[in-house]
Design a protein around this ligand. Structure first.
Ligand SMILES: NC(=O)c1ccc[n+]([C@@H]2O[C@H](COP(=O)([O-])OP(=O)(O)OC[C@H]3O[C@@H](n4cnc5c(N)ncnc54)[C@H](OP(=O)(O)O)[C@@H]3O)[C@@H](O)[C@H]2O)c1
Length: 335
């Protein structure tokens, strides 16, 4: 089968597209014929050795994907060959087939297209966990989302609106801000412009923001924290800008602001029931049309390197997917 391989933790350019043996389903594993894989920021980091997880080399990158079960190993009984599934496996998605631990494979809840299914769980799971479980966002509160046009950011816009909040979306250019507005943001702010913090202050006035959702870090975090009002919550989600900001803690003391870390991957393991409840909520919102991945570009299987390079260089809008084996609408089961 064809697969992208990371043979050394160097650059995205060094990934290779190769013929490799088909995987087999060992006990506790599921072999999935991959149809679509989405990109998440860690996919671009992991191949460069810049992510906290370093898989043994060589490995197939691609953390999140959807496809059809081809075979199951001993001890697997929650899926069977032919089932349409989502996989959140950390690696393996940029290949025609992947052998995945059974616990990372979930049957699709309905006749959802593979590319939507592949682009959903990581970003929406993270953003609902952050806004609801960690931040306890309330209806009518105002949240500023930094990196609002990215994967977790676009999910956060839709979820915050579904929760009844007022959303200020911050991103770096007009095209990205237009996407945020289309997804429901009440206000947009271009944080590449000098006056962006004054714009935020003008929007919220003296009471300040109730919440900041920060997926970017760098020089954006401190001004956003300063715009929080009394008991405002600051959600530390990610550092896409590459720099982990060092915050003067008097900013927390003043106004009793709360700085809250978000680590969805670990929380999911520690609180499986809360995670299951969130997935149920997301499936309901999806069915009602309140949330859906903002897929703005599809790359061919041969273009994985270009897709990862675009993500690392801040060129991606919303979510992008790699079509490993594109599905015809007629192949999809009916609701
Ligand atoms: N804590 C958790 O549990 C958790 C879970 C999932 C993801 N994350 C983290 O959340 C962050 C965002 O992930 P994502 O998948 O949403 O990524 P993404 O789709 O690439 O979005 C990241 C956004 O960050 C902004 N950005 C600012 N400076 C950047 C730079 N130098 N390079 C790239 N982007 C830059 C970009 O928007 P502008 O151009 O508009 O600034 C971009 O839209 C990552 O750090 C990821 O590791 C954390």
């Amino acid at each position: 089968m064809k697969a992208w391989l990371c043979r050394a933790f160097t650059t995205i350019e060094d990934l290779t597209f190769e013929d490799v043996p088909d995987p087999e389903a060992a006990p506790g594993q599921v072999v999935v014929a991959v149809k679509a894989a989405s990109l998440n920021f860690p996919d671009a980091l992991i191949v460069q050795g810049k992510y906290q997880v370093k898989p043994p080399l060589p490995f197939v990158p691609g953390s999140e994907f959807a496809g059809v079960v081809e075979a199951v190993g001993d001890g697997v009984d929650h899926v069977k060959p032919g089932d349409r599934v989502i996989c959140l496996a950390g690696t393996g998605g940029f290949a025609e087939r992947a052998a995945v631990p059974a616990r990372n494979v979930v049957p699709l809840p309905g006749p959802i297209p593979f590319e939507q299914a592949a682009a959903f769980v990581f970003t929406y799971g993270t953003s609902l966990w952050a806004l609801r479980n960690v931040g306890e966002l309330q209806a009518n509160e105002t949240v500023l989302i930094l990196g609002a046009a990215g994967g977790v950011g676009t999910a956060a816009i839709q979820i915050a609106k579904a929760m009844g909040a007022r959303v200020i979306a911050a991103a770096s250019n007009a095209e990205k801000l237009a996407l945020c507005a289309r997804l429901g943001a009440d206000h947009t702010v271009d944080y590449s412009a000098d006056g962006w913090r004054d714009e935020v202050h003008a929007l919220v006035g003296k009471p300040g923001l109730d919440m900041v959702y920060d997926a970017v870090g760098g020089s954006y975090s401190e001004p956003a924290l300063r715009a929080l009002g009394w008991h405002g919550r600051f959600l530390v989600v990610g550092f896409a800008a590459g720099e982990i900001p060092k915050i003067p803690l008097n900013l927390a003391l003043l106004k009793e602001r709360r700085i809250l870390g978000v680590y969805w991957g670990d929380s999911m393991m520690r609180h499986p029931e809360a995670h299951a409840a969130n997935m149920k909520q997301l499936a309901e919102w999806f069915a009602q049309g309140q949330v859906a991945p903002a897929i703005t570009r599809r790359y061919r299987f041969e273009e994985v390197r270009d897709a990862l390079a675009d993500m690392a260089a801040r060129r991606v809008l919303g979510k992008v997917v790699v079509q490993i084996a594109p599905e015809e609408a007629s192949e999809r089961p009916r609701a």
